[in-house]
Design a protein around this ligand. Structure first.
Ligand code: NDP
Length: 279
C-alpha cells in the first residue's frame, strides 16, 4: 500500500486527451489506494524543473509522453534494460532520491498482441511502419520473440535504414530498412503489419497500399479516433485488425506495478475503457 495522497501524473504536450488518469484510477481502486493522478501539460523547457518539484512534493511516479521521452531518458540516474536500448523513458519513479527510468511500451505491446490476442510473432514476417519513439520502444522486445524477418519502413527512409543498421550491429538477423514508398517494390507478403506511425493523428493517408493486407494481421499502435489504420485494414479485408488501446492499458499496468508493487488485473479495465471511448 502506498501513502495516501501520493501524486501521479502523465506529462507531455499535448496531453489533454490522455486516457491515463481513467486507467490508473481503475487500477488504484482494485488496489485500495487513494491516489491523485493528473494530466499535466509540460513543455520541454520546463521539464527538468517540473520533475524535480514533482518528486519533492509527494510525487509517486510519472508517465511521460510525447515529446518528453528522450528528456526523461537523459534525466534518469538509473535505467531499465528496455529504456536503455531504445533511449526513451515512459515511466519515472524516484527510489531513495535517485530518479529511475523505465520503458513499458514494448512489454505492453507484446502482452496485448501475444497474450490477449493470441498472436505469436515467432517465425512470422513482420512489417513495421514508422521508426519514431514508439517503434523504437517495441522493436527489441519484438525481436527477442524471434520473428523470421522484420522490415522497417518509414516515411523518411534514412531513419529506417539507420535503425536497421543499428539492430544488425546488435546481432539481430533478418532486418531490413526502407522508405514507405519502397514496400510496394518488394514482391513480398507479411504475416503481421504493425502501424507505429502517427499518421492517424494528422488525418493523413494510410501509409501502405491495400494489396499488402491480404492474409495479414494488422496492429495499429494508435487508438480511439486516431486508429484510422486499424479501421481501414478491417474494412479492406485484413485477416485481423487490432488497435492500440489494449497496449495502452497493458503498458500502464506495468507502470502501476513499477510504482506500487501491485500488478493490476487488466481484464475489467480493458472492457471499461473500451466502453468509455465508444469507438
Ligand atoms: P513519433 O513522433 O516519435 O514518430 C512518428 C512516426 O510516424 C515517424 O516514424 C514518422 O515518420 C511517422 N509519420 C508521421 N506522420 C506520418 C505520415 N503522415 N505518414 C507516414 N508516416 C508518418 O511518434 P511515436 O512513435 O511516439 O508515436 C507513434 C504512434 O504510436 C502515435 O499514434 C502514438 O499515439 C502511438 N503510441 C501508442 C502507444 C500505445 O500504448 N498504444 C504508446 C506510444 C505511442 P518520419 O520519421 O518521416 O517523420
Amino acid at each position: 500500500m502506498i501513502k495516501a495522497d501520493t501524486n501521479f501524473a502523465v506529462i507531455g504536450d499535448p496531453v489533454e486527451h490522455s486516457l491515463s488518469p481513467k486507467i490508473h484510477y481503475l487500477f488504484a481502486k482494485q488496489d485500495g489506494n487513494q491516489i491523485k493522478y493528473e494530466k499535466i501539460r509540460v513543455t520541454k523547457g520546463s521539464f527538468v524543473n517540473f520533475v524535480e518539484d514533482f518528486f519533492s512534493n509527494r510525487g509517486g511516479g510519472l508517465n511521460i509522453t510525447l515529446p518528453l521521452k528522450t528528456d526523461a531518458f537523459e534525466i534518469a540516474g538509473k535505467l531499465d534494460r528496455d529504456s536503455k536500448s531504445c533511449q526513451a523513458v515512459n515511466t519515472l519513479k524516484s527510489v531513495n532520491g535517485t530518479l529511475s527510468g523505465f520503458n513499458t511500451d514494448g512489454v505492453g505491446f507484446l502482452e496485448d498482441l501475444e497474450v490477449w490476442h493470441g498472436i505469436s510473432v515467432k517465425n512470422k514476417r513482420v512489417l513495421l511502419l514508422g521508426s519514431g519513439g514508439a517503434a523504437k520502444g517495441i522493436i527489441r522486445p519484438l525481436l527477442i520473440n524471434g520473428p523470421k524477418t522484420l522490415t522497417i519502413a518509414n516515411r523518411t527512409p534514412a531513419s529506417a535504414l539507420g535503425l536497421a543498421d543499428q539492430l544488425r550491429l546488435e546481432n539481430f538477423n533478418g532486418i531490413e530498412g526502407m522508405g514507405l514508398d519502397d514496400i510496394q517494390l518488394l514482391d513480398q507478403r507479411f504475416d503481421i503489419i504493425v502501424n507505429a506511425t502517427s499518421s492517424g493523428h494528422k488525418n493523413s493517408e494510410v501509409p501502405i497500399d491495400e494489396n499488402l493486407l491480404e492474409g495479414s494481421i494488422c496492429y495499429d499502435l494508435s487508438y480511439g479516433p486516431a486508429a484510422s489504420f486499424a479501421r481501414w485494414a478491417e474494412s479492406r479485408g485484413a485477416k485481423r485488425s487490432i488497435d492500440g488501446l489494449g497496449m495502452l492499458i497493458e503498458q500502464a499496468a506495468k507502470s502501476y506495478e513499477i510504482w506500487t508493487g501491485f500488478s493490476p488485473d487488466t481484464e475489467s479495465v480493458r472492457a471499461k475503457i473500451r466502453d468509455d471511448i465508444d469507438i
